[in-house]
Design a protein around this ligand. Structure first.
Ligand code: IFM
Length: 437
């Protein structure tokens, strides 16, 4: 059981669960095009155990029972993502009618159960045909993405509670083009610099396209980490400042102030697209809400060989199976910081949760959620306008480079039988939310 109560959050606060298309859907034979995660995951060495999302949780067929779980848990909303290559197999041009039908059924299924659809346009499964043209490194992606956004608004917009453009642009740009850990797996500063700008430029063109086609309640979802320094010495403090700039301030500053942090533009220099400044008005289009995904803090120190602007070290707090420190205070600190320094638009915690391989009894996860829900209450008490909280994730699912080895679900999935079994954490939410929807 949780120690917090639904009433503590006041009327109108939204509780939900989150997932993403490639991580749960499977269902690759309906005319869906290839995505960068299909080829990346089937290349040896990229993903734990060579796991791919080909079947995943087979949500493509089992969605009715998954939506029943959301309804029976008492959740108000379901945060899901559209698969771009399922809707437009080549990324641009012809539409896949079976893909449109699938999302029609899914959204209508939510509405029939009283669940509000919170959609994300892009949660990392870029159509391979667009990667062939440079993907996020190519400025043209702003147009391709806007056309895709317009299609989503036309087909589904009137039934969506809210729409986010991009999930976690830091991962799309830096993790995938500088650190090489996610598809397409580049380790190249120029590739990263281009992706860092284009992903936000495309976010802005998509906001315009969504609005022009009548979609309402628009936002973006950022993954933020509380940045801390390994020590008080000036080199470590400078490293922390740079880490914070690359991870947090690039996205917050660009989107909410129309300005990138100078320390990062100086570092990236000519690797940035020429005249990127002319796009900043589009990058910073007004939003209706901001989503924040929170998992842990980052501890920074000066790079030992001086080759990089910062290094991260492991802290000594209790960790999840991802090796991420459990640090609820970081969530309240971030929410308050965003509210004080960046924006007064409504904030949503669009993801929060922990990986742990346990059976159906997951007391550590129950505790984790309880502590983070208390952190949300603390942020609200300090003036942050937090309107909702989405648990990551409804189901155990495909954890990208970690494959099926890491389990984030509040519902256990047996990948052999596709049997779903609610864990204690699901029951804790159900106990708190029961009969309140
Ligand atoms: O599984 C991911 C999700 O796709 C994006 N946010 C972080 C989660 C846990 O790593």
């Amino acid at each position: 059981m949780f120690s917090v109560d639904r009433k503590d959050f006041g009327p109108g606060f939204t509780f939900g669960v989150a997932t993403a298309a490639y991580q749960i859907e499977g269902g690759q034979d309906d005319g869906r095009g290839a995505s960068i995660w299909d080829s990346f995951s089937s290349t040896p060495g990229n993903v734990h155990n060579g796991d791919t999302g080909a079947v995943a949780c087979n949500h493509y067929e089992l969605w009715p029972q998954d939506l029943d779980l959301i309804r029976d848990g008492g959740f108000d909303g379901y945060r899901f993502s559209f698969s771009w290559p399922r809707l437009i197999p080549e990324g641009t041009g012809a539409i896949n009618p079976a893909g449109v039908d699938f999302y029609d059924r899914l959204i209508d299924g939510m509405l029939a159960r009283g669940i509000k659809p919170y959609a994300t346009l892009y949660h990392w499964d870029l159509p391979s045909a667009l990667q062939d043209k440079g993907g996020w490194m190519n400025r043209d992606i702003a147009g391709w993405f806007a056309d895709y956004a317009a299609l989503v608004a036309q087909k589904f917009g009137d039934r969506l509670q809210a729409t986010a453009t991009i999930n976690e642009p830091w991962c799309v740009a830096f993790l995938s083009h500088y650190l090489g850990i996610h598809a397409p797996g580049y380790r190249d500063v120029r590739a990263a610099a281009r992706a860092m700008h284009h992903v936000l430029f495309a976010h802005g063109t998509a906001i315009d396209a969504l609005r022009a086609n009548g979609a309402k309640n628009l936002g973006i979802v950022l993954n933020l980490e509380k940045a801390e320094a390994a020590s008080d010495n000036p080199e470590d403090l400078a490293a922390m400042n740079m880490g914070d700039a690359v991870f947090n301030r690039w996205y917050l500053g660009g989107i909410l102030k129309g300005q990138y942090p100078e320390d990062v533009t100086t570092w990236l220099g000519d690797n940035l697209p020429r005249d990127y400044q002319r796009d900043m008005e589009v990058v910073s289009r007004p939003l209706d809400w901001l989503g924040i995904n929170y998992y842990t803090r980052g501890i920074y120190r000066a790079s030992t060989d001086g080759s990089r602007p910062f290094e991260q070290i492991k802290g000594d707090l209790e960790k999840t199976d991802m090796g991420w420190e459990i640090y609820p205070k970081g969530l309240s600190d971030l929410l308050v910081r965003v509210s004080n320094e960046y924006t007064k638009i409504p904030l949503y915690v669009t993801e929060n949760g922990m990986a742990e391989v346990e059976g159906d009894d997951d007391p550590r996860r129950v505790h984790y959620y309880d502590d983070h829900l208390k952190a949300v209450l603390s942020a609200r008490a300090q003036g942050a306008d937090v309107r909702g909280y989405f648990a990551w994730s409804l189901l155990d699912n495909y954890e990208w480079a970690e494959g099926y080895n890491k389990r984030f679900g509040i519902v256990h999935v047996d990948y052999e039988t596709q049997q779903r079994t609610p864990k204690a954490s699901y029951r804790a939410f159900q106990g708190m939310l029961h009969n309140t929807r």
